[in-house]
Design a protein around this ligand. Structure first.
Ligand SMILES: Cc1ncc(COP(=O)(O)O)c(C=O)c1O
Length: 480
């Protein structure tokens, strides 16, 4: 091929990418060097010649050469010309025996973590993704005002903070929980974290040795199961009935029991008082910990939620977990544990080496939001909104999907469990996905063989119209 044609071809290969002419020329010369079409020390045409070959102005070619020289691709000497300064073409690969499959060299714990698969929250609240609050209703202007005020008054909030959490926020959380959830705690027992998931991860590492037995509700929260399993615990699924987790004397005694007592995840019942007392007695007898994950009790629509188990604990066995992911917004990344006195210092140390502390400004603004009564007002509003949405979903299911899909009774939450005929979940999940409707699986929440088929339908983030539209889509696939 004649040289002018070669240059033209190189130049045209980079066309159609929306580049300006100078950038297109630079890209074509870099690509030719990578492909071995321009080798080390090869001389490039004079800018006047190349400009004529490519139909460009000489200024453009000069600018491209100058840029490539600055990037180290070309060297130029006055009176001698421009030369390729690098050898980028990869030497032809000799055939090699495939490398033995060593894997990425993970530890035993690392392999368990990777194989556990993690648990990802929905990035967008598409119908019916579970666990999303309505962010469209969040008072953003007020939040901005509170943030600005804090930033102006306290530039120290830009610095490092206390690993246990902002003092003002810990006090506000303790007061809020004592008043609204029946806890009995002091600010000194509160540890502020980024998420309940971080709490579970820290607890798994600090309270469980490999092989320790842990009782977990079946079906149950995947985020907890994966965190505990990653620590090497022997996670025993303990079935739930209409009174919540059903303790069984035949099971090996636990080192830790994970519970969602106010609103069982995912089935929705509350743990009955006799079971609460029995589990507290068992924890005392066996010196076991109880982790109470109170993830969404702010959203209770019938009467008041049962007070927290922590308030009944006389012997410092209960660790209480709460999160602002649902009450405020998930990207705030603020949650908290209320710890028995004996666990405070070790867990603050663990948190410190884990990630230092939570963002100071966010903590201070959240403290103001609680103290000034905005949290209570926001929750009142959200409860009203979510209650209406739940009603709308129940009505729509009754009208369009009964008796094929059977919503289960639940006094609160951001989502509700609904059962399908046995053995049919996978098929209808695929059919719903083909129509753009997410239907989170109930079967996936079992550690052992699932005894129920169904979905966990998130409704809180959806307007009534969005709920109806998505139910109508499901009505298209329901068998007649
Ligand atoms: C049972 C349970 N615990 C905890 C969480 C999440 O809280 P965080 O966002 O603080 O990790 C969820 C979220 O859906 C949940 O369902």
């Amino acid at each position: 091929m004649s040289k002018p044609r070669l240059w033209l071809q190189l130049f045209e290969r980079q066309a159609g990418q929306g580049l300006g002419r100078r950038e297109q020329l630079c890209a074509s010369l870099r690509a030719a060097m990578r492909a071995g079409e321009l080798g080390l020390d090869e001389r490039l045409p004079a800018s006047r010649v190349l400009a004529a070959d490519l139909g460009l102005s000489r200024v453009t070619v000069e600018a491209a050469y100058g840029q490539l020289e600055a990037e180290g691709y070309l060297k130029r000497a006055v009176g001698r010309g421009s030369f390729v300064a690098v050898s980028l073409a990869r030497a032809p690969q000799r055939k090699q025996a495939p490398a033995p499959a060593l894997g990425p060299g993970l530890s035993r714990r690392g392999r368990r973590v990777a194989e556990g698969g993690g648990c990802m929250d929905p990035l967008r609240p598409l119908p019916f993704a579970a666990g999303s609050p309505d962010l469209r209703a969040f008072p953003i202007a007020l939040w901005r005002q509170l943030s600005n005020k804090r930033l102006r008054a306290e530039p120290g909030l830009l610095g490092y903070g206390d690993p246990q959490g902002h003092e003002g926020l810990r006090a506000a959380i303790a007061d809020h929980l004592n008043q609204s959830r029946g806890l009995r705690c002091r600010a000194e027992q509160v540890l502020v974290l980024t998420s309940s998931q971080q709490a579970l991860q820290l607890l798994a590492g600090m309270l469980l040795d490999e092989g320790d037995t842990l009782w977990m509700e079946e079906p149950g929260y995947r985020g907890a199961r994966t965190a505990f399993a990653a620590a090497g615990a022997a996670v025993l699924p303990v079935p739930v009935d209409e009174q919540g987790l059903r303790p069984d004397a035949a099971l090996p005694a636990p080192r830790l029991i994970y519970l969602t007592p106010s609103h069982q995840y995912p089935c929705g019942m509350a743990l009955s008082l006799p079971r609460r007392l029995a589990l507290l007695a068992l924890a005392r007898r066996e010196n076991a910990w109880i982790v109470e994950d109170d993830y969404d009790s702010e959203f209770h629509y019938e009467g008041r939620p049962t007070p927290a188990l922590q308030g009944l604990d006389e012997h410092g066995r209960v660790i209480y977990l709460g999160t602002f992911s649902k009450a405020l917004f998930p990207s705030l990344r603020l949650a908290y544990m209320v710890l028995p006195e004996a666990l405070v210092a070790p867990l603050v140390t663990a948190r410190n080496i884990h990630d230092g502390h939570s963002a100071q400004l966010a903590q201070a603004v959240t403290a103001d939001f609680i103290r000034q009564g905005h949290l209570a007002a926001h929750l009142r509003l959200m409860r009203q909104l979510y209650r209406q949405r739940r009603e709308r979903l129940l009505q729509a299911c009754q009208q369009h999907l009964a008796p094929w899909l059977r919503p289960q009774p639940s006094a609160g939450g951001l989502q509700l469990a609904a059962l399908l005929p046995a053995g049919e979940e996978a098929r209808w999940t695929r059919a719903a996905a083909a129509l753009g409707v997410l239907t989170p699986s109930l079967r996936a929440l079992y550690a052992g063989p699932a005894t129920q088929d169904g979905w966990l339908l998130g409704y809180a983030a959806l307007t009534p119209d969005e709920i109806i539209a998505a139910v109508r889509q499901l009505a298209r696939i329901r068998p007649l």
